[in-house]
Design a protein around this ligand. Structure first.
Ligand code: G3P
Ligand code: CA
Length: 315
């Protein structure tokens, strides 16, 4: 079998429900606990972010520095300012990546926009769940651990290569090595804001689809991705200051989904380029994107998208 997100392949007919950093609204981001819950909530795919450890292993954390989502700053003065690539895999795996999340909720600072709702708190943020997440046992995972989980669950993984602004020279090769070693080529999609890095990935591993993350409104995204990049998917931002499809447009307030950039979406799909939108949590916008005909929606709340499209079972 071939990865269906490669350009020119028959894509899945259902819109993919992609859990952003796992289920970022309901669990600490980029943790096994979050990826497990995302799959439980019907996600076809989870999105995650990788950096290299000092000893070269791809590790799953979003920020370049450790301070926001781990206890590195509490362990030693200045530890929060360290880069992921300053620590070995073993040192990173000893950090606590869960307590900050519980403390943010207790401060009334939800870790993702649009929620959680009272119903979501009652279902997934129970006192027992928060005690476990804040108990010091949630770790930053290696990419290998997440890929093994996805293989066991029969779901997909969108690996975002964090290559801007820190241009890690060996990250792409290290990611390709672990994907091939675990035999999960059909379940993995690579994405990045570093499109030159994606071109390198395509040269190293043509069997893996690559997706161009975009915060600019492109003149012809299908042509750009297919012809300039030699890539497979266009990932337009759809939120806040990186909203490029038109949700923030004056016309959207008047005409709703009809005002979104249908020409770019249809132009991309006509060239065999998938359209994966991020990061959308508002139920009305989730419905508008499904109606628009995108291929995937990245959300912090996979449970909300599972109310619009049927929950996933396996790939
Ligand atoms: O892949 C979409 C999204 O994850 C890109 O932005 O900052 O959440 O990694 P960020
Ligand atoms: Ca990301």
């Amino acid at each position: 079998m071939t990865n269906p997100y490669l350009r020119g392949q028959a894509r899945p007919t259902r819109v993919a429900n992609v859990g952003h950093r796992g289920a970022m609204g309901l669990r600490p981001e980029n943790t096994l606990e979050g990826f497990e819950l995302a799959f439980d909530l019907g996600a076809d795919m989870v999105e995650l972010d990788v950096h290299p450890s000092r000893d070269g292993h791809p590790v799953v954390l979003h920020d370049d520095r450790l301070g926001r989502t781990t206890d590195a700053g509490r362990r030693r003065p200045g530890g929060g300012a360290a880069f992921v690539s300053d620590l070995t895999l073993d040192e990173l795996r000893a950090l606590d990546a869960g307590t900050w999340f519980v403390e943010a909720l207790e401060r009334g600072a939800p870790p993702a926009p649009h929620g959680p709702t009272d119903d979501e708190r009652r279902a997934w943020l129970t006192p027992g769940a928060l005690a476990a997440l804040g108990g010091g046992r949630v770790r930053p995972p290696s990419l290998e651990e997440v890929l093994l989980l996805a293989r066991r669950r029969g779901r997909r993984v969108n690996v975002e290569l964090k290559l801007v602004p820190r241009r890690y020279e060996r990250l792409v090769a290290a990611v390709v090595e672990v994907v091939r070693r675990l035999g999960v080529e059909e379940q993995v999609l690579l994405s990045s804001f570093d499109h030159a890095g994606l071109a390198e990935a395509k040269r190293l591993a043509p069997e893996l689809p690559v997706a161009a993350l975009c915060v600019a409104r492109l003149a012809d995204p299908g042509r750009y991705v297919a012809e300039v990049l030699g890539g497979d998917a266009w990932n337009p931002g759809c939120v806040g200051e990186v909203d490029t499809l038109g949700f923030g447009a004056e016309a959207f307030a008047r005409d709703g989904a009809r005002a979104l950039d249908r020409a770019s979406v249809e132009g991309a799909r006509a060239r065999g380029v998938s359209v994966h939108t991020w990061t959308v949590n508002d139920p009305a916008r989730l419905e508008a994107l499904v109606a628009l005909g995108v291929d995937a929606i990245i959300t912090d709340y996979p449970n909300r998208l599972s109310r619009v499209i049927a929950p996933a079972t396996s790939v």
